[in-house]
Design a protein around this ligand. Structure first.
Ligand code: B12
Ligand code: SF4
Ligand code: SF4
Length: 384
């Protein structure tokens, strides 16, 4: 049995990962300290994590759990990183022209099973990782632990060092052949990694499309001294719509546009995603009803209907309460006076956050002179 990663073992594991449907896979060492840890710590201190307290957790010695895989998992010596391409069919982009009365749900949340039922990528990836873990244990004796998103690890840092891709100015891992529509899963192992992996070269060059396109100026622009590849997450629409509880800061509501769950803009404008291949992955499909969903449809989902549509999907995390808050803001940004009755009803309800968001939306709709012209399309949807 090998006692560390050898070139043969790495290739065997990569082959197993491809058989599980992953588009790319590699192995990175888990050192006690790294440059990314220092950067992460400074990022936390700068307040860029907003209210995401889980990112700020420390051990008894005061070390950030995410500063090294070894802080939370002392036996960790290497990390297998697998990337799944979640472009499962050709699809429109959020920046393409669309009905102003429709919202946008981030593409990663469109996944369903082959019957069209909601399927959270966390569950699907974990199943594939566990199968890979079984295969690994037949090749070598070691400790392992699988994570998808939930582990105290800087997954993108490991992905970059495992050779999956480079970290773009939009902060995403970009693979030269596949692009950045990738979800990451990791297996932490006790197997030392003595080999130096060739890092994928940074291919952002002088491009700044993602930074220029970000509606809330969340991406921190690099300077000659500091390459950054970081964002102020407290300004990112993905944070505001998915993670942020309570009211959304007023100055960020207008730039949110019609995003009701997550945001894809800085990946959509990236030239490396222009020819992103479509993946055929057994058991996974896009749920077409989540592409450009009518705001009126989302607003009309009561508790049981929300559960039917989103139980087992990433939207479960946001829950109906926060989704409606986001829908109210998107309605305010739609320019569509057909939404006035729905918003007025919400202002009178018991949910204070929804009432306040609806109030803001009403104010915005009424103060926009173009609103009445755009109203017709939504009224038709509301009447369906
Ligand atoms: C918190 C979080 C968020 C936050 C903050 C995102 C951020 N950019 O920091 C919010 C809610 C905003 C978010 C949004 C999204 N997320 Co998110 N998120 C996470 C999570 C749980 C932690 C990330 C984190 O620690 N961020 C803090 C920053 C400081 O760390 P970092 O991005 O890892 O970057 C550090 C290293 O890369 C390091 N570094 C390493 N090497 C190098 C080299 C150089 C030269 C430089 C300069 C830096 C550098 O420096 C950085 C600073 O410390 C990870 C899963 C995980 N456990 O890692 C998923 C994860 C990053 N998210 C993911 C996804 C898919 C998304 C969304 C696309 C979802 C959506 N459509 O709405 C958006 C993308 C927005 C964006 N442009 O990043 C994927 C990313 C896949 C990919 N291709 O990169 C991950 C990996 C989840 C997964 N398992 O697939 N997310
Ligand atoms: S996901 Fe949207 S809001 Fe967040 S950095 Fe990218 S473009 Fe900006
Ligand atoms: S849009 Fe340009 S700068 Fe941004 S990640 Fe893509 S290539 Fe890099």
């Amino acid at each position: 049995m090998p006692i560390h990663w050898s070139p043969e073992l790495i290739e065997q594991v990569r082959t197993l990962a491809f058989a599980e449907g992953f588009a790319s896979a590699g192995i990175a060492a888990a050192p006690p300290q790294s440059e990314a840890a220092t950067r992460f710590s400074a990022w936390i201190d700068a307040g860029h994590a907003g209210d995401m307290d889980y990112l700020k957790r420390r051990n008894e010695a005061g070390d950030l759990l995410r500063s090294s895989a070894r802080v939370a998992i002392p036996w960790a010596r290497s990390v297998i990183v697998c990337a799944l391409n979640y472009t499962l069919a050709p699809a429109p982009l959020s920046i393409d022209p669309a009905d102003p009365a429709s919202g946008w749900i981030a593409k990663y949340a469109w996944t369903g099973d082959s019957e069209g039922r909601p399927l959270d990528y966390h569950d699907d990836l974990l199943r594939r990782l566990r199968a890979l873990e079984v295969g690994l244990k037949q090749l070598v004796e070691c400790e392992t632990r699988c994570y998808v998103d939930t582990g105290p690890l800087l997954e993108r840092d490991f992905a970059a060092r495992a050779g999956i891709g480079w970290i773009g100015k939009n902060t995403c891992i970009i693979n030269q052949g596949v692009g950045s529509w990738l979800l990451l899963g990791v297996i932490v192992t006790s197997l030392p990694m003595p080999l130096t992996v060739m890092l994928a070269p940074d291919r952002c060059g002088s491009c700044t499309r993602c930074i220029d396109a970000c509606p809330t100026d969340a991406l921190l622009a690099p300077t000659p001294e500091e390459p950054t590849r970081q964002m102020d997450a407290s300004r990112c629409i993905a944070y505001l719509t998915i993670e942020k509880k309570g009211v959304i800061p007023v100055e960020l509501r207008e730039p949110m546009g019609r995003q009701v769950f997550g945001c894809d803009i800085c990946q959509e404008v990236c030239p490396w995603n222009r020819r992103a291949p479509v993946a055929e992955i057994s058991g996974l499909a896009h749920r077409d009803e989540l592409v450009n969903p009518a705001l009126a449809w989302l607003a009309g989902l009561d508790g049981p209907a929300f559960k039917r549509e989103f139980a087992g999907s990433p939207l479960e995390r946001t829950r109906r309460k926060r989704l409606l808050r986001n829908v109210a803001i998107a309605m305010g940004n739609s320019g569509d006076l057909g939404f006035l009755p729905q918003l007025e009803t919400w202002t009178e309800g018991d949910d204070a956050v929804l009432a306040e968001s609806a109030d803001w939306a009403l104010e915005r709709l009424r103060s926009r002179p173009s609103a009445s012209i755009e109203a017709t399309a939504t009224t038709a949807i509301l009447e369906r």
